[in-house]
Design a protein around this ligand. Structure first.
Ligand SMILES: C[C@](O)(CO)[C@H](O)COP(=O)(O)OP(=O)(O)OC[C@H]1O[C@@H](n2ccc(N)nc2=O)[C@H](O)[C@@H]1O
Ligand SMILES: Nc1ncnc2c1ncn2[C@@H]1O[C@H](COP(=O)(O)OP(=O)(O)OP(=O)(O)O)[C@@H](O)[C@H]1O
Length: 283
């Protein structure tokens, strides 16, 4: 008998706004941010093993097997659930690493949800999100699968339903260090907390943008070029830059002009992650 097998999407996220409202004692910054998903991402295939071994078959540049968030997520879930089964994993990676579109966090969440299903653990979303948070602040929103206003370091989530435009995402060929941006003395850390819900219009800025644009000329260039056509924004700490368009045709048109010199892609914004849409179809 062939082992149960499952292929699941692992979408990207955008930060539609990001305000830094303070700094905790452990050095982490308190954020207010809106996460939305893209219908664009990696694809992960899982096949159950009965010997308990966890094996990722796809190699990543610069990420050792046991440091990969996919493997770390699988091992933690196995340990905490006491599941005797193992897993073979393959990934088709299209999301840029260190781009601020959450690829690693998304891969970890897809792994948690995929294994919960294949290993028949019956964990609820709260438990999976709590385990996810120990792997990274952005993992819980991918576990929950709904666009969200996030507070804390990103773990306090309130579902929201912003517009779902088509986005052109530009991918400057530099990896931005999140730690470096958060330790820059010039970073704004005292934005006024937004207390009104839903978040009022006019709050779409990303407090990391001035620091990233100053340090990374390639990101600055992408912001300037895209800014000629639409409001150009930074996701997370970059490097990716994005702008919304009312139709795919309009996003494609600007993409054709800009991707002559820059790498990028067009994708639809989505308030329900494509991972959750696929899982719903399975149940
Ligand atoms: C900025 C966001 O992209 C918004 O979605 C994420 O919060 C970043 O999350 P991430 O990539 O998982 O970041 P981590 O790898 O946890 O953080 C790297 C480093 O950035 C700093 N860091 C990160 C997040 C945060 N809220 N405050 C911080 O000060 C910390 O020094 C941390 O050691
Ligand atoms: N499965 C994985 N996919 C991508 N990166 C991974 C993975 N596992 C570990 N990493 C490590 O995590 C780092 C950050 O990767 P990721 O793709 O999540 O960055 P990001 O898009 O900037 O995320 P964020 O928006 O959360 O800051 C990578 O540079 C890599 O070293």
């Amino acid at each position: 008998m062939t082992a149960p097998r499952l292929t699941l999407p692992s979408p990207a996220k955008l930060n539609l706004m990001l305000h830094i409202i303070g700094r905790r004692e452990d050095g982490y910054h308190e954020l207010q941010t809106i996460f939305q998903f893209l219908d664009y991402g990696d694809e992960i295939t899982f096949a159950v093993r009965d010997d308990g071994v966890i094996r990722l078959h796809t190699e990543f540049d610069g990420v050792p097997h046991d440091s990969n968030l996919i493997v770390r997520a699988a091992k933690k879930l196995q340990e905490q659930s006491g599941c005797p089964l193992g897993i073979d994993i393959w990934i088709e990676k299209i999301l840029p690493m260190g781009g601020g579109i959450g690829g690693g966090s998304s891969n970890a969440a897809t792994t948690l949800l995929g294994l919960n299903h294949l290993w028949q653990l019956g964990w609820d979303e709260d438990r999976l999100a709590a385990l996810g948070l120990t792997l990274g602040a952005d993992v819980p929103v991918f576990v929950r699968g709904h666009a969200a206003f996030a507070e804390g370091v990103g773990e306090k989530l309130t579902p929201v339903d912003p517009e779902e435009p088509w986005y052109l995402v530009l991918v400057p060929q530099v990896s931005v260090s999140t730690a470096e941006i958060f330790s820059d003395p010039l970073l704004t850390r005292n934005s006024s907390p937004i207390k009104v819900r839903p978040v009022p219009k006019g709050n779409s800025r990303n407090d990391c943008l001035p620091v990233v644009a100053r340090r990374y000329p390639d990101v600055r260039n992408a912001l300037n070029l895209l800014g000629k056509f639409t409001e150009a924004k930074l996701t997370g700490t970059g490097s990716c830059v994005f702008g919304g368009f009312p139709s795919k045709a309009e996003a494609d048109k600007v993409s054709a002009l800009l991707t002559e010199t820059l790498t990028g892609f067009v994708a639809k914004g989505s308030n329900v992650s494509m991972l959750h849409r696929k899982l719903q179809n399975l149940l």
